[in-house]
Design a protein around this ligand. Structure first.
Ligand SMILES: [Zn+2]
Length: 444
């Protein structure tokens, strides 16, 4: 058999167009060759027919913020059986319908990184930044490079470009002049720049300097009056505020002109915003066992689960911090909803394997959190498929179900357009035209 015909289901193409019922998708080799009404499909005898009635066909999901290479080379989440855990980790993406990932920081661009970029049937497609670039003192992550001045910044970008990275990721301590040099060198090399800003530089400043993408919703003083900025500064310093301080949201007025101005800036500069609400929730609701022990966590090795608890970012938080945390999460979700509603390019990403953010499975949390932020289920699906594919630079190959595109597809039971939770009911996952996972109901 040479091809696959998915027939009878609802087709959601990932581009945001209206769903098509009683559809068919024909796959030949690694590509989609035809889509349309099942009744009109001319299916060669040699094709394997799979009845998808009662199901929805979607593009494979794209996790736009994850750290896969770091796990594969054993730098993140040390466990007794590192190689078994590496396979488990990559399997989880495919098993939950995530057929591509954007790796936003790894210790190096060594063999694991290069292998992931080359790709393998049983791994998600991979686009990566390699090591993050930061100013002093620099985040404590393995391999992160501190480049305090513009010239070393430019050199680091040229080195990373030569090593084959797909984009450059900058981190929380990078000074403005160095960021400007990094952006210039990256753009000269044809690479976009993604920033985790919001610590020494506001997101607003990073955007004005010229970054292309913002990771997380680290919005802060740029939304606040001077008086509120002083109140923010007066708060007690906690261990991981440099990483995930969302306290500006306590003071922010989302109905204020500053919010509109920032959203307009994101629109004008065509910024991709990857809110990673999954990790924000894991931090801000880190006192809630439902969040720190999500269903499915038992599949992880015990030593990995212990590490998650030991390395949680909120060990020095007080009850009051978590009390505010719920509001800080609500406010940033509200901001994401406003930004998406205004047309900002929002992509779905999770930041797995940060504590309590499960590989693959968390992508469905992220889609639900985006819907909770005010996106329609269809907008959330776009954020996790075609929009994320654009951010990965793969918009001409994946992210939509259209003839000519790679056959990275997901079939779920039910209809995620009426209820986004349906994406969790993964029935069948196809990558490059091959079935890489299926549930028992689809004996193949
Ligand atoms: Zn990250």
């Amino acid at each position: 058999m040479t091809g696959i015909a998915l027939t009878g289901g609802r087709l959601v193409d990932g581009g945001g167009g209206p769903p098509a019922d009683a559809a068919a998708v024909l796959i030949d080799g690694e590509r989609i060759v035809w889509t349309g009404r099942a009744a009109d499909a001319i299916i060669p005898d040699s094709f394997r027919r799979i009845d998808t009635t009662g199901h929805t066909i979607l593009p494979g999901l794209v996790d736009a913020h994850a750290h896969v290479a770091a796990v594969m080379c054993g730098a993140e989440l040390q466990t007794q059986d590192a190689s078994a855990f590496g396979s488990f980790f990559t399997d989880q993406f495919l098993r939950f319908g995530v057929t591509a990932v954007r790796d936003t920081g790894s210790p190096d661009t060594g063999p694991e990184f290069q292998l992931l970029r080359e790709g393998r049937r049983d791994w998600p497609r991979f686009v990566g930044s390699g090591p993050n670039l930061d100013g002093a003192p620099g985040g404590p992550w393995p391999g992160l490079r501190v480049v305090d001045d513009p010239e070393p910044g430019r050199c680091a970008v040229r080195e990373l470009a030569a090593q084959g990275v797909d984009f450059v990721k900058t981190y929380v301590w990078m000074p403005p002049a160095t960021l400007a040099a990094v952006v210039e060198a990256a753009h000269a090399a044809g690479l976009p720049v993604a920033a985790h800003a919001g610590h020494i530089l506001t997101a607003d400043e990073a955007v004005r300097i010229g970054v292309d993408a913002l990771e997380h919703v680290r919005i802060g003083p740029e939304l606040l009056s001077e008086e509120k900025r002083d109140a923010l500064k007066a708060l007690r310093t906690r261990d991981f505020d440099w990483l995930f301080d969302f306290r500006a949201w306590r003071f922010a007025d989302l109905a204020g002109a500053e919010t509109d101005r920032l959203i307009q800036l994101l629109l004008d500069r065509r910024i991709f915003l990857t809110p990673t609400l999954s990790v924000a929730r894991a931090v801000l609701m880190g006192d809630d066992e439902a969040i720190t022990s999500p269903a499915g966590i038992g599949a992880l090795p015990g030593d990995v689960r212990e590490q998650w608890h030991a390395e949680s970012f909120t060990l020095d938080w007080e009850a009051e911090d978590f009390g505010w945390g719920r509001m800080e999460l609500e406010r940033q979700m509200e901001f994401v909803g406003l930004a998406a509603g205004a047309g900002v390019r929002v992509a779905a990403g999770t930041d797995t394997p940060n504590p309590f953010v499960l590989p693959g499975q968390s992508m469905h949390d992220e889609l639900e959190l985006l819907v909770g932020s005010g996106l329609t289920p269809m907008q959330a699906i776009v954020a996790g498929t075609s929009r994320a594919a654009e951010l990965l630079g793969l918009a001409d190959r994946i992210g939509v179900v259209k003839p000519g595109y790679l056959a990275d597809l997901l079939v779920v039971r039910g209809d995620p357009v009426s209820s986004i939770t349906a994406t969790r009911s993964v029935a069948l996952v196809i990558k490059s035209g091959q079935i890489v996972w299926h549930d028992a109901a689809h004996e193949l």
